[in-house]
Write a protein that binds this ligand. Structure first.
Ligand code: CP3
Length: 354
């Protein structure tokens, strides 16, 4: 067991005192970094990069070499589970993820194989343990998964969607089939995240990218309920330390109270919710992660710094804030602007922790 040299991310997730606000970025290892593009070139396509243990480890560490980040996140994708379930994931340049097969009926659900993360997704577990070793205690490693609802949208639609009409057709028209799919996915996610925790993940994040496309009751019934099932069944210990869970529902600001009651330790916020108001709504039930608009990174560096100052001021004094973007960093951001963002958090946040 290597000693963790920087634990402010884990401490802030548990609302314990820190010297400054920790910071990391969703999609911090990605196309905005020229060194990422070079490594991906070597690997071939994106999926081959995810499956290549040394190269997946290399790209995970790249942003840490450039910026004073407080966490690393496993380099992989949320769509590895549907791929292991036999749907045939592929990426067409500029078009996002696609599946060869879709799930739209009872018989499609019944035909899916039973999977075990440790064998069927062994490349992810290998990446986790390799990255954890390479980090050597520098910062904690975050594991992740998609939420059942978000995974189901891709599996039913066969890829990305604007209006989710096929997923919603199934949800409203044959709710029992959708529930069966979501329940099966919740079990697969539990197995997958527990595998990552056993392999060395020190915190986990559930990405519910499309939960915010649902009405309030449907969010409770088709998304939050299954995320609760996951949270209830996770292993919460690694190397003698508590493993916190972050739940990120994009566009979920209106349901903060129920998300905060899910059993998760932290709630991820996109930029459409004021972080100060969010804090007063949920009190000290959970930590908050977020929430600068990622497109703010196109602004001049001085403007980025002002925005960081404003978000820190809105959250206010005390622990429980993990600075992040409100969603993933975009591929055409200048890495120098990402650096200005992270340095602003490092420089401006200590005054809130005296
Ligand atoms: O945050 C990180 O640095 C960790 C890596 C990570 C990736 N995907 C790498 C990636 C994480 C956490 C994800 C999660 C993910 N993947 C989500 C949920 C997060 C979110 O954004 O809300 C979703 C919806 C996906 C599905 C997916 N994978 C999409 C929509 C895309 C983009 C397709 C495109 O061409 O824009 C991917 C591909 C992907 N995942 C890339 C990376 C770095 C780009 C692949 C490349 O071309 O190199």
């Amino acid at each position: 067991m290597t000693e963790l040299k920087n634990d402010r991310f884990l401490r802030a997730l548990m609302r314990q005192p820190v010297d400054r606000t920790p910071v990391w970025m969703m999609r911090q290892a990605g196309r905005y970094l020229p060194e990422y593009r070079a490594t991906r070139e070597k690997a071939g396509d994106f999926l081959s990069l995810c499956k290549n243990t040394p190269l997946a480890c290399e790209v995970t560490l790249q942003p840490l070499e450039r910026f004073p980040l407080d966490a690393a996140i496993l380099f992989s994708d949320i769509l590895t589970i549907p791929d292991a379930l036999g749907l045939g994931l592929y990426f067409e340049t500029g078009e996002g993820p696609k599946f060869k097969h879709t799930i739209r009926s009872q018989s499609d659900v019944d035909a899916m194989p039973k999977i075990k993360a440790e064998t069927d997704l062994d490349y992810v577990m290998n990446a986790v343990s390799t990255i954890r070793g390479a980090l050597n205690g520098r910062v904690p490693l975050i594991g992740f998964s998609g939420s059942p609802w978000t995974l189901a949208t891709y599996m039913v639609e066969g890829g990305s969607s604007k209006d989710f009409r096929e997923a919603k057709k199934l949800m409203y028209g044959q709710p029992e089939v959708m529930h069966q799919l979501l329940d099966l996915l919740a079990d697969a996610v539990v197995d997958y995240l527990n595998g990552q925790i056993k392999a060395g993940a020190q915190a986990v994040q559930i990405f519910d990218t499309w939960g915010g496309m649902l009405s309030g009751w449907a969010y409770e019934e088709f998304s939050l309920r299954y995320m609760k099932k996951i949270v209830d069944n996770l292993i919460r210990e690694n190397d003698g330390r508590y493993v916190p869970v972050i739940l990120f529902t994009k566009n979920g600001g209106q349901w903060l109270e129920s998300i905060a009651d899910s059993g998760a330790d932290a709630v991820g916020l996109d930029w459409t919710t004021d972080i100060g108001e969010a804090r007063s709504r949920i009190g000290d039930r959970v930590a908050l992660q977020g929430n600068m608009d990622p497109t703010m990174l196109y602004a001049p560096k001085a403007r980025i710094r002002e925005e960081v100052a404003d978000i820190l001021r809105r959250y206010g004094a005390g622990s429980g804030h993990i600075f992040n973007l409100g969603h993933g960093i975009t591929p055409d951001v200048d890495p120098e602007h990402a650096k200005a963002f992270i340095e602003a958090v490092v420089e401006l946040s200590p005054e809130y922790h005296r």
